[in-house]
Write a protein that binds this ligand. Structure first.
Ligand SMILES: C[S@@+](CC[C@H](N)C(=O)[O-])C[C@H]1O[C@@H](n2cnc3c(N)ncnc32)[C@H](O)[C@@H]1O
Length: 251
């Protein structure tokens, strides 16, 4: 039942249950040691209980660090009289960078150099390549591919505001083009190599788009996330630390 709930609701539920448990513990403890108890101790216990419950309720276990830090951070924020506007500013900044983590379940992380070299190798087998990075992050792949001699055009699309602005500026300085466009609205038919480094979530829907729009002779490359139930034409396992797998789908 819990697994189907949105993660943010589960996280709030864990904090609520932790608070109820804490109240019970305080009630029991009051029979042994007379209250009041130090606030810092209550806050620590709240954090530990919420972290423990988060894992038990089915949130990914790394959330326990956030769940612990939340009450403890609030407590210290109040103790140190930090202006709450900072929390708002940090939230807005995170949203401007990672908005697609909420909307599309695709956060921002970047392609490494070994993978870029593999893309170069793939492009080298072709002439006048038109390359597209779907969700181009900070624009590194677009610039790199734009600088390859056999690449005629390197484009990227990005909707998260800060990554878009950075990639736009970077490509203006170093080559390639970036558009503030949702990847679902791009026309894939004019590209020979379409690259995506997204998450498991959009892959089935993205495959439909690839199958409808990409033309014969082109290739769709997905970093790390295979299309479910579709046999890739080739899988390249790269010699980097994370043993990156590139799934190649020739059209
Ligand atoms: C994992 S990052 C990869 C960044 C870059 N392609 C790279 O490999 O270094 C995925 C990027 O896709 C962007 N993204 C997610 N959904 C998108 C959408 N619907 N339209 C455009 N960009 C999107 C995210 O904002 C994020 O920057």
């Amino acid at each position: 039942m819990f697994k189907r709930m949105p993660k943010i609701v589960l996280a709030m539920l864990a904090q609520g249950l932790a608070l109820a448990l804490l109240a019970l513990l305080v009630l029991l403890a009051s029979h042994i040691i007379a209250p009041p108890y130090p606030f810092w101790l209550l806050v620590m216990v709240q954090g530990v209980l919420a972290a423990f419950l988060s894992c038990r309720l089915g949130l990914p276990c790394w959330w326990r660090w956030i769940q612990f830090a939340l009450p403890v951070g609030l407590y210290w924020g109040l103790q140190l009289e930090i202006n709450p506007i900072w929390a708002l500013l940090i939230f807005v900044l995170i949203w401007l960078i990672f908005s697609n983590a909420i909307k599309e379940r695709v956060p921002l992380y970047l392609t490494n150099n070994t993978t870029r070299e593999a893309l170069k190798k793939l492009a080298r087998k072709r002439r006048k390549v038109r390359f597209l990075d779907l969700g181009c992050g900070l624009g590194g792949n677009v610039v790199y591919m734009a600088q390859q001699p056999n690449v005629a055009r390197a484009d990227g699309v990005e909707t998260a505001p800060i990554p878009y602005l950075i990639s736009k500026f970077y490509t203006l300085m170093r080559g390639g083009d970036v558009y503030a466009m949702d990847l679902w609205n791009t026309d894939l038919s004019s590209y020979d190599v379409v690259y995506a480094f997204l998450s498991p979530e959009p892959m089935p829907k993205l495959w439909q788009k690839v199958a409808e729009e990409m033309t014969p002779g082109s290739v769709f490359v997905s970093n790390s996330f295979a299309v479910p139930d579709v046999e890739p034409s080739e899988v390249w396992e790269l010699d980097d630390k994370r043993k990156t797998q590139l799934y190649l789908y020739f059209r």
